[in-house]
Design a protein around this ligand. Sequence first.
Ligand code: HPA
Length: 255
Amino acid sequence: MIPGLELALIGGTGLYQLAGLEDAETHQPVTRYGAPSGPAHVGTLHGRRIAFLARHGEGHSVPPHRVNYRANLAALQSLGARRVLALNTVGGIGADFGPRVLACPDQLIDYTWGRISTVCEEPGTDVLHVDFGEPYSRGLRRQVLAAAQRSGTALVDGGCYGATQGPRLETRAEIARMRRDGCDLVGMTGMPEAGLAREMGLDYACLAIVANWAAGAGPDPDEVITLQDVLDNVAAASAGLPGLLEALLQGNGNA
Ligand code: HPA
């Protein structure tokens, strides 16, 4: 347990470290679920202790379906984190969710398969049927949205995140189906992470960074999505993150 640590950030594609983290220490807790994707960096940002973990490992070596989501969350929890803000790189489906937009979704649909999606399968654990009608923590979402407002960072309030299996991107037909289902965003890592966080009693919210139009969703239906575009757009959209994080950390005693 790290005294004073409460908030943890999980970085997604293109976000492998947290700039400005002072007095950083590296921790690699071994959890009952195995090893996390990489070390957790604990340091001080704007006067508050905070932990950061790169979801795919620091060299992006772990694909979305192989991430040990349970170990990542358990590692952060064992360090003392009670709140987790997940940074997720996504494709945009809805008209308001174009490249470089930041969004704080309020719903999700899970299209992933074959991933360990519960902490209830270890021998001796109780079977939990946690409420998940509102998949992201209302309080943490409110704080993130308020911090965006205070820092002047444009952030879309709400939207439905569709979690796909990856690692390939989707077909246009798959995205058209997801649009009909009500998805505004598509990413590969939103689940089972959010569901596990709920089972583990963590407050959890998603800050989605739109890297590209999802297949067929943008003005050019023939557009080919390249990794370079994704990384460039994540870097550009992330420019708003330091200000938002500063406002979040300074916002109130609980963030
Ligand atoms: N689809 C799924 N995941 C993604 C995308 C996408 O278009 N862009 C970034 N992550």
